[in-house]
Design a protein around this ligand. Structure first.
Ligand SMILES: Cc1cc2nc3c(=O)[nH]c(=O)nc-3n(C[C@H](O)[C@H](O)[C@H](O)COP(=O)(O)OP(=O)(O)OC[C@H]3O[C@@H](n4cnc5c(N)ncnc54)[C@H](O)[C@@H]3O)c2cc1C
Length: 463
């Protein structure tokens, strides 16, 4: 039996931050993870996906050059070279994480999977018992793959194995136009892979406003076959790959065969095999313990949950923040502190990009209409967007009519990651629309579109 003051389960982005914080309070902290180490973000998430998108963008820009009177001839994509670069840079990001872990004493690390056998007791795969006064759950998430997609057998891919392919496939059917599907599907398409994307119920990325969603859908479906509300009848592993039977837009049944099937159908928090049923924690219908998002404490226990494991805001910067808050509180327990939660901000690195920030469109719909002012702006009218030949998309923003403060926005358009940051910082600073209009705006920049949006928002507040 091993005893420790604090045990951190999971050495991902949340767990590593939790460990560093907890160590400020105690020398008796263990970090438990069976590996592979290096974090989901660096190994199979944020970083390799952005590397693939960077390759796709360069192919796309070369193809788009003709619109400017520039002809780039003989564009060839070397699939092997593309994936080799992805892995080469990915490995450097992973190495950086692993180097950072060298500062953690070996005695503090346990390279095994664990599960709870009681509130304060964990058991490793090899049967060792660990008694811990406080515990942080930071076990992350994994791809959630619906059963019918498993019919693709050895041709089924997720983000865990896509980047390991030797070369780019000839064709991929993508299930799930969420964040991961939109990013990877479009990148594959732009790298010359024949793709088709299927969704359910019309959902698209994180978008909740129907107009903004329609604008995004128009942009993506004009570039590659995308049915966000598809009727898929069958998925079958055939001699030539994976054959998908689906109804096309006219309702006619079609069969199309692809080399691979990419499941981008969401992620499942890693809490189901943690033995949480052996604790006194109250679990929700997904098996996630009830927790306080400000302290990350589960109920009134000495157990905390951070990162993708709690499914609250499954994003890298949130996992890092939550790890810090949970580790700090595990160190201080029972004298807990409320952690600072930043304004929600999410970006999809598609093209056009998608971003959401602040109070979501669906929450805004619950406010009384006389409380909220709303305005929208289409990039088709924007000077710099026209210069760049990137006029797809729109922005919608909402503000509090009484205080004049900006509350949130949804954006689809060229490089809106930057506009979204600007607006998220404004929401974080509790700035009013009027104050934002007093800021400098250079010319000609995409930010002038933000000024037009804010002017309309001010007008909507006044009338
Ligand atoms: C393809 C893809 C692209 C993404 N792109 C972005 C992006 O651009 N921007 C962004 O903000 N976010 C992005 N994300 C999300 C981001 O990667 C995650 O939110 C973040 O990595 C979660 O960190 P974490 O610490 O919660 O989990 P992880 O980093 O997954 O760490 C969890 C750790 O727990 C360990 N573990 C699990 N179970 C046990 C157990 N029983 N015992 C011991 N250890 C265990 C695992 O081995 C793992 O090391 C992306 C995700 C994916 C999949």
């Amino acid at each position: 039996m091993r005893t420790t003051e604090i045990a951190i389960i999971g050495a991902g982005s949340a767990g590593l931050n939790a460990y560093r914080q907890a160590r400020k309070y105690s020398d008796s902290v263990v970090l438990i993870d069976p590996g592979p180490l290096g974090t989901t973000c660096a190994r199979v998430g944020c970083m390799p996906s952005k590397l693939l998108i960077a390759a796709a963008d360069s192919a796309w820009h070369a193809r788009q050059a003709t619109a400017f009177g520039v002809t780039v001839s003989d564009i060839r994509i070397d699939g092997k070279a593309v994936l080799e670069r992805v892995r080469q840079y990915r490995d450097r990001f992973v190495d950086n994480v692993l180097k950072g872990m060298e500062a953690i004493p070996n005695a503090d690390q346990i390279h095994q999977r664990v599960r709870f056998v009681a509130d304060h007791r964990l058991e490793t795969e090899s049967g060792e018992q660990i008694e811990a006064q406080r515990i942080v759950i930071a076990t992350g998430s994994r791809p959630a793959i619906p059963g019918f997609l498993r019919a693709a057998e050895d041709r089924l891919l997720s983000n865990d194995d896509l980047f390991e392919l030797d070369t780019l496939p000839e064709s991929v059917v993508v299930f799930g136009p969420g964040v991961i599907g939109l990013e990877l599907g479009q990148a594959l398409h732009r790298l010359g892979v024949r793709i088709r994307m299927f969704g359910i119920g019309g959902a698209l990325g994180p978008l909740q406003d129907s107009e903004v969603r329609a604008s995004a859908l128009k942009a993506f479906s004009s570039e590659y076959p995308l049915d966000a509300d598809a009727q898929v009848d069958s998925v079958e592993r055939t001699d030539s790959g994976v054959t998908v039977g689906f109804k096309d837009q006219s309702g006619t049944l079609q069969n199309e065969t692809f080399e691979y099937l990419l499941a981008a159908t969401g992620r499942r928090p890693n809490v189901d095999q943690l033995g949480l049923e052996n604790t006194s924690l109250t679990l929700d219908d997904q098996g996630i313990p009830h927790f306080d998002s400000a302290t990350l404490q589960c109920g009134d226990s000495a157990i905390f949950i951070a990162g993708d494991a709690n499914n609250h805001l499954p994003l890298l910067h949130e996992a890092s923040d939550e790890g810090r808050i949970a580790g700090n509180n595990a160190g201080r327990y029972p004298d807990l502190r409320t952690g600072h939660r930043t304004t929600p901000l999410a970006v999809v690195f598609s093209d056009p990009q998608i971003a959401t920030l602040g109070i979501s469109a669906s929450k805004i719909r619950q406010y009384k209409p006389d409380q909220i002012a709303c305005a929208s702006f289409a990039f088709s009218d924007q000077a710099r967007a026209k210069v760049l030949n990137r006029t797809e998309g729109m922005m919608k923003a909402w503000a509090d009519k009484h205080s004049g403060k900006l509350l949130g926005a949804e954006l689809v358009g060229p490089d809106v990651e930057h506009l979204a940051h600007l607006l998220a910082w404004a929401v974080e600073q509790k700035l009013t629309v009027e104050r934002l209009l007093e800021m400098p705006y250079y010319h000609p920049v995409l930010e002038e579109g933000v000024r037009s949006l804010l002017r309309d928002l001010k007008h909507a507040m006044e009338h």
